[in-house]
Design a protein around this ligand. Structure first.
Ligand SMILES: O=C(CO)[C@H](O)[C@H](O)COP(=O)(O)O
Length: 218
């Protein structure tokens, strides 16, 4: 089974969390895209959605699914999104697609976060996947210096601007043994908008697609 088929299987399993009349928060990336395409098949069940990126909003609208601004939507029942890495406590690294800030906002506004991924994303200790940080452009050098002090190797994501008009630094070489402490620490650096650790608010449910089917961690 291909990695993409495993992502699709996880996305399909997440449909079971969609209840009639819900406003659903929608993530970004190839796994979230599978979820969007599958959601189109039950679109009359959902009241509306809130998207975590311009790309996801456009994909939802192309299926005729209503997309609300988060400020109009109030608290969301459910957020469904992919991840770049997860540990067994459902702490995540996200932001491979650069949408981490809006993803964190929509996840924070949601009662339940269902994360969908292929099972290669599950690791013992996070950090093999470079940790994305969204940075206000004038703070690039400052944030890079501070991340070197924390043991990382920052690399500017060349030619990439976030939906919020900022840059991404991808931090290589971290071994993340205390994700909550690191998430808090990085967010204290002036110029950091947010970082891709989702540990202060981890996923509530992790659905993993694998060669032998789908399994769920809670
Ligand atoms: O955080 C993300 C985007 O900012 C994605 O959820 C993450 O990069 C996983 O992507 P994919 O589903 O394509 O493997």
């Amino acid at each position: 089974m291909s990695q993409d088929a495993m992502k699709k299987a996880a996305a399909e399993a997440a449909l079971a969390y969609v209840q009639p009349g819900m406003i659903v928060g929608i993530g970004t990336g190839s796994t979230a895209n599978h979820f969007i395409d599958l959601l189109a098949g039950i679109k009359h069940k959902v009241e509306a959605t809130v998207a975590s990126s311009i790309a996801s909003a456009q994909r939802l609208e192309s299926h005729g699914i209503r997309v609300l601004d988060l400020n109009e939507a109030g608290e969301l029942s459910l957020y469904v999104d992919g991840a770049d890495e997860s540990d067994e406590n459902l702490n995540l690294i996200k932001g491979g697609g650069g949408a981490l800030t809006r993803e964190k906002i929509v996840a924070g506004a949601s009662a339940k976060f269902v994360c969908i991924a292929d099972d290669t994303k599950l690791v013992k200790v996070m950090g093999k996947f470079p940790l994305p940080i969204e940075v206000i452009p004038m703070a690039e050098a400052l944030v890079a210096r501070e991340m070197i002090k924390l043991g990382g190797k920052p690399v500017l994501r060349a030619g990439f601007t976030t939906d919020n008009g900022n840059i991404i630094l991808d931090i290589h070489g971290l071994e993340i043994t205390d994700p909550v402490a690191l998430e808090n620490r990085i967010n204290q650096i002036p110029g950091v908008v947010t970082n891709g650790l989702f540990a202060i608010r981890p996923a509530d449910v992790l659905i993993l697609g694998g060669a032998n089917g789908v399994r769920t961690l809670v």
